[in-house]
Design a protein around this ligand. Structure first.
Ligand code: ZN
Length: 162
């Protein structure tokens, strides 16, 4: 069967940036499983998978607007270091904090610590990047009624309910 709304799709992927560096991959792991049409993966990848079938292999490059979005420089802020726990002495670039914002929980990544100021960035890590995916579709099946009502895939690689 071909991938369409109400398909549960399993696929292997390797994600590279413009420089060819591997950012993420399912290599050596179970394939990723998602419910097609549910917005469970980035929009451009869902578009690229539409109409494909089991065994299909392809490459697709997605501009930021079809991936994790463009960067918003308003989401970069400087915070006095002494507002962090322990006076901020433990804060280092690369650390991540989850904070509550009016729009819901946000992940802040520390990008710099200079002169008593901590620069934090709330953009998704891959915002503003062109994404290059190598894809191999390993399975396509029809979603169950439960999966449709939950809006996600169940079983290996999907959601597990206790
Ligand atoms: Zn469920």
């Amino acid at each position: 069967m071909k991938i369409a709304d109400e398909s549960v799709v399993s696929f292997h992927y390797t994600l590279k940036n413009d420089g060819g560096k591997v950012l993420d991959s399912s290599d050596g792991q179970e394939p990723l499983v998602y419910l097609h049409g549910s917005g469970g993966i980035v929009p451009g990848l869902e578009e690229a998978l539409n109409g494909r079938g089991k065994g299909d292999k392809f490459n697709v490059s997605l501009p930021p607007e079809k991936g994790y979005g463009v960067r918003d420089e308003r989401l970069v802020q400087k915070i006095p270091q002494d507002q962090f726990p322990n006076g901020g002495s433990d804060v280092k670039p690369g650390m991540q904090f989850q904070v509550n914002s009016p729009g819901g929980p946000m992940v802040l990544t520390v990008t710099a610590v200079t002169n008593g100021e901590v620069t934090v960035d709330a953009n998704p890590e891959l915002a503003g990047q062109t994404l290059h995916f190598d894809i191999e579709v390993t399975d396509v099946r029809k979603a169950t009624a439960d999966e449709m009502s939950h809006g996600h895939a169940h079983g290996p690689g999907g959601h597990h309910h206790g």
